[in-house]
Ligand binder design. Structure first.
Ligand SMILES: O=C(O)CCC(=O)C(=O)O
Ligand SMILES: [Mn+2]
Length: 200
């Protein structure tokens, strides 16, 4: 696997069939820690659910779904209804919009308590999302690896997501590539990711 631990800002990290843009580090260590602590406390975290081969799975990872209105988002076999924005999420949304030059109306947050929690290969191509829209992912806390795998060729790319950094997926990325956060024993600290999305 090609692994770039410090990709250059604003370059497409994918070789073909999509666009993944690394926007660099938006928040310094102090700001990241402040937001991390506030979100830990204020967000309505819950364990995620999915149906795999007809069996319901409850994840150790926690999630939360926020939006500009009560958007219903269906993925992994369940529908979630968005909670209204809180002040800190709106501030981060504005910051992310500035860097990506796109607008977002919702955010799916993930809380990985340690490296033992991850997210399996998937793409975010649900019908509730704008086709070929942008998904911007802001990372807070522990650095984790974000992997991409091409659906047809199997090509793989991996990127380290540092504390306070922003990565954006857009264009045909979801159509052609899967992504995941691989579990790892090397990371013991928690991480929050904020994935700002465009609902129809
Ligand atoms: O935690 C991350 O950076 C990625 C999360 C993700 O892929 C998702 O929420 O769909
Ligand atoms: Mn995803």
């Amino acid at each position: 696997m090609d692994l770039f631990s410090c990709p250059q800002s604003d370059q497409n990290l994918l070789p073909f069939d999509g666009e993944v843009i690394y926007h660099g580090i938006l928040l310094d260590a102090n700001e990241s820690e402040r937001f991390f602590n506030v979100l830990m406390e204020k967000i309505d975290w819950y364990n995620d659910r999915s149906v795999i081969y007809g069996k319901e799975i409850i994840t150790k990872r926690k999630v939360a779904w926020y939006g500009s209105k009560d958007f219903s988002y269906t993925y992994s076999g369940f529908t979630r209804v968005a909670t209204p924005w809180i002040e800190e999420l709106l501030a981060l949304k504005q910051l992310v919009e500035l860097y990506t030059d796109s607008m977002y109306n919702s955010c799916l947050l993930n809380l990985y308590h340690s490296g033992e929690e991850g997210m399996a290969w998937h793409s975010d191509g649900e019908k509730d999302l704008v086709d070929n829209g942008s998904i911007a992912c802001l990372s807070l806390g522990a650095q984790r690896r974000f992997d991409f795998k091409h659906k047809q060729s199997g090509d793989k790319k991996g990127f380290e997501l540092a504390n306070g950094s922003l990565i954006e997926m857009k264009g045909e990325t979801q159509k052609h590539w899967l992504h995941r956060i691989a579990p790892t024993k090397k990371v013991t600290a928690p991480r929050i990711s904020l994935t700002f999305r465009q609902m129809k």
